[in-house]
Design a protein around this ligand. Structure first.
Ligand code: XIL
Length: 329
């Protein structure tokens, strides 16, 4: 089961994803992780394509720097991610043959898990395998990806089985987005996640936690009772929750900073209500400061004003929701 990083006051460890891009250029950014986090994890540096630009070329340099930095400062770190639809290098996607794809998957997980054995508490073994709308497609709940096209649904148990063998001490996480909100599409995503977890367990394959990316939309309502039922169903299966990529997507918000931050506080508070009965193993935000975030690139505010997705603003001042979060964890 998942090792919990030590934290003085007990409770749920808090952490954030860090980017090597700013490691040498922005000392106050780096210092904020030292000051505020129990967990510091590489945001992009362990993704397939960045780690492995060519089949025989593993570039661990950037990820190692971040993981070493975390551990040297008494933090825990986690791995993201072995299997994803995005960031696959061209040499990988060019593989046509099923057994060659299988070999590539196994060799990747074995080699990378081995490199980090004992240094990462857990791995996002598969990331975003559920179809955007699992009721929509002809192929069932799984997203149409390179891995699904080459190996079929068996790539999910294969990845977990391989990870369990390669690093028996690491927690194994199935990570996904849009599991928190109210509505049929989100109910279907939660149901699909439960099915995948049950299918893994039916095959005696270990899965320790469901990762909630928790890219929360400040204009959507968290389904507190619906999510609580999902958490209880997982608990009955012996599977924990972990919040892996929390931030607030505020592209539809109107008004000034005050309205924006109030909406963020509300949606984060609702998430904490939703996991109250089944506390997560950890809570990790996807970055720490509004200075650097994927949100304004992917989903800029419709009124052209700056996004405020993260717990600290661009000048490194904590938002009200950060204080609320730390008080409640
Ligand atoms: C994003 C990073 O934040 C960006 O820096 C990068 O350019 C693209 O990927 N879900 C995930 C993350 O699982 O890996 C994504 O991270 C955000 C959405």
């Amino acid at each position: 089961c998942l090792a919990r990083p030590a934290r003085a006051a007990g409770g749920v460890p808090f952490g954030a994803a860090i980017q090597s891009d700013y490691f040498d250029t922005d000392p106050s950014y780096v210092q904020a992780f030292v000051d505020h986090c129990d967990i510091v994890m590489p945001m992009n540096e362990l993704k397939f394509g960045l780690l492995r630009p060519a089949r025989d070329e593993f570039n661990f340099t950037h990820a190692d720097r971040l993981v070493d930095f975390a551990l040297a400062n008494g933090k825990a770190s986690r791995g993201h991610a072995f299997v994803w639809w995005s960031t696959n290098p061209p040499w990988l996607e060019a593989i046509e043959d099923e057994s060659e794809a299988e070999t590539a998957l196994i060799e990747h997980i074995e080699r990378v898990a081995d490199h980090y054995r004992g240094r990462l508490t857990d791995w996002d073994v598969v990331n975003e395998v559920i179809a955007h709308d699992p009721r929509g497609g002809p192929d069932g709940p799984l997203r149409d990806t390179f891995w699904l096209r080459r190996l079929g649904p068996r790539h999910v148990p294969l990845a977990f089985e391989t990870a369990a063998r390669a690093d028996p001490g690491a927690g194994l996480v199935i990570n996904d987005y849009d599991l928190e909100f109210a509505g049929d599409r989100y109910d279907a995503r939660r149901a699909a996640m439960l099915d995948i977890v049950r299918q893994l367990q039916d095959r005696n394959i270990r899965v320790d936690a469901v990762g909630l990316q928790a890219h929360l939309y400040s204009h959507l309502a968290v389904d507190v009772p619906g999510f609580a039922r999902f958490g209880e169903a997982l608990e009955a299966l012996g599977v924990r929750l972990i919040v892996t990529e929390l931030d607030v997507i505020d592209f539809q918000v109107r008004g000034g900073v005050e309205e924006q931050d109030a909406a963020a506080t509300r949606v984060v508070s609702d998430l904490l209500d939703a996991v109250e009965g089944t506390p997560p193993l950890a809570l990790v935000t996807w970055g720490l400061t509004d200075r650097y975030s994927w949100v304004p690139d992917a989903m800029p505010r419709q009124d052209g004003k700056p996004s405020r997705p993260l717990p600290f603003d661009a000048r490194m001042r904590p938002k009200p929701w950060y204080d609320m979060l730390r008080a409640r964890l």
